[in-house]
Ligand binder design. Sequence first.
Ligand code: CU
Length: 407
Amino acid sequence: MSRSKIIFISILLSGSLTAAFAISFLSGVSVIAQNNNAFPKEGEKTTTRETIVTGGHGNGYNTIRTTGDVLDSINADERTDLTIDPMKYLREFNYGRVSTTENGTTLREFTIIAQDKNLEVSPGVFMDAWTFNGTIPGPTIRATEGDLVKIKFINNGSKPHTMHFHGIHQSHMDGVFEIIAPGGSFTYEFTAEPFGLFLYHCHMQPLEEHISKGLYGVYIVDPKSPRPPADEMVMMMNGYDNDFDTENNFYTVNGIPNYYMHHPIQIEKDKLIRVYLVNILEFDQINNFHLHANLFQLYRTGTSLTPNEYTDMVTFSQGERAILEFSYKYPGPYMFHAHKTEFAEKGWTGLFLVKEDQSEPDVTAFTKGEKAVYPPEISNNTFTTQTKPKDSQSTVVSYGEASQGGS
Ligand SMILES: [Cu+2]
């Protein structure tokens, strides 16, 4: 790189760092002002409409205010119009529009559209999100090592955005310096390398705002000789800061707090399960994953076919990820959750339901027992499951009393 180029990039970097610092300082001031407004003196009656300040971008952006309380998402079972659908997301891999180039390389083309969207991130709790393709997390993009990947990125949002992919590629495909303004578009093009588990996210500043509002997704590069067949799934660990105090109110895996507690992930006994686990959680220093009654092989960053560790929990900082492989020896429901208990209790908890074999009926939802509270470890209520009704009559399968005891 020439000296003038280095100087230019240094100026660019120091300029943006100064800007980021100034913005974060200013937004800090705004938040303090907002808090003063939100808590009037005793006896004082407030009739003025509150101005909600979102991050560093000032006001004028409609926001539904919440108490910040963590709600029981048990009523989610009635919902049919979820725009965040953790069950669909779980096993949905997008391979793009596939063709072959003149030199025989596989070309995979994707279209990703950034858009503002008011999303129900937990039942009754709405958030003005910034999304890739209308949901959180964005679609899982999957290719094989050596493929040519083209991503047509269209910014239909109200803010400038980019797509920054992890992996090996050229500087101008890194989604950092080429800012895509509202209404603009850009085509990212790179070879999928190396094989492993990656992520993509917007890289506009302030980063913590562009990430915490939902602009991220998983990017998988398969090795040329594929991994052994398995029941594969993606788990993206995230959180939501609904009251803009730069602390998360909800923690989730795949977008909705406690979703898999009410919609357990159905797996089969003795079948190899492969989880692509990514942490994008903003504001908190760490996040983690703990698997109950089992251990898993851990492949950090998925860049090797030899596991690094055989364990029952793993801790990540933001952006870290790993592939987990395991199978269950015994049927029944098993929890998985953050072993940071605060996160677990604010929504980052789920269930695997291990079935004897495929002939066992699918479970669509766990029903509330008489004194039911979740999770079963705490509530000790009878663990009942309802089968997907083939006709109006649904079968109830009972797993008996859930055992006491924690993680
Ligand atoms: Cu952005």
